[in-house]
Design a binder for this molecule. Structure first.
Ligand SMILES: [Zn+2]
Length: 275
């Protein structure tokens, strides 16, 4: 099977110190992948609450430097691997101007859009969940992604819709289609109409602090039923050992649910490879 890992972090991400473009690209070759995209973090807003847990550092990178390094590693590795120039743009209302600017001023192969910070909190450290029951917390996250991505439009892949479950402590460990059918349908209608991809982020399903997030197959089945065929696989790796993690399992799952392709973008143009 020919697969691309579309979601990886390198030394250009504020939290990517455990790897480099070169180390992760070599790991992708070893894992038998055909392509890897470096989607380094670009969040212009960082919640002040984070300062009580970590030293605040800028969470965006020098695009020219990252792209020069990707070109260097591509020429070193040659045809064995296709290395894509990407970005994971963090959508946040107060930063709309900066987001537009970074996307307008640079050329990427693919743009992954996601939400890391919400209501001035970093869900990784809690905050957001306080005073909310699970339905409100998960639903609020989905609505934020929807609102932000319909504003942005200039992106290719909708990242980790179930990120919010990773760090929650509710007994409900999945964003199930049946609980959020209206907002899922709105999201899918938009993605399908715009030719954008739904991401399966395999990091979500590996467990965090003993908590395992489940991927609700009904989410994928509904997407397909509505005509959704564009699926992006991403490991969300921050270290070489996780490049392509869980891909065989998720590719088999996609096939069993009736999907025929996985997707990536080259110079912002959709490419689909048979499963
Ligand atoms: Zn992310």
């Amino acid at each position: 099977m020919v697969l691309f890992d579309n979601h990886n972090h390198s030394q250009f991400s504020f939290d990517g110190g455990r790897t480099s473009v070169e180390a992760s690209a070599r790991a992708a070759v070893a894992a038998g992948l055909r392509g890897i995209c470096f989607s380094d973090h670009c969040d212009h807003y960082v919640p002040p609450m984070k300062a009580s847990f970590e030293n605040l550092v800028p969470e965006y990178f020098d695009v020219a430097e990252q792209q020069a390094e990707i070109s260097r590693v591509q020429s070193l590795i040659g045809d064995r691997l296709h290395i894509l120039k990407g970005i994971e743009i963090g959508m946040y209302e107060e930063c709309h101007e900066q987001i537009r600017k970074v996307l307008e001023e640079n050329s990427f192969d693919q743009v992954l859009a996601s939400v890391h910070y919400i209501e001035q909190t970093d869900p990784y450290y809690g905050g957001y969940y306080e005073g909310k029951e699970w339905r409100q917390a998960y639903g609020g996250y989905l609505e934020t992604i929807y609102r932000e991505m319909t504003w942005l439009r200039d992106f290719d892949i909708m990242g980790h819709y179930d990120y919010i479950v990773r760090y929650a402590s509710y007994p409900v460990t999945s964003i199930r289609y049946r609980d959020f059918s209206d907002i899922f349908d709105e999201m899918f209608r938009f993605l399908i109409h715009e030719g954008k991809a739904l991401e399966i982020n395999t990091k979500s399903y590996e467990g965090h602090r003993g908590r395992l997030v489940e991927l609700d197959h009904d989410v994928l089945l509904r997407y397909r039923e509505m005509g959704g065929e564009i699926i992006s696989l991403g490991s969300d790796s921050h270290e070489p050992s996780r490049v392509g993690a869980g891909f065989a399992r998720h590719a088999a799952l996609l096939k069993s649910l009736g999907f025929r392709w996985t997707a990536h973008y080259e110079s912002r143009k959709l490419v689909q490879l048979p499963l």
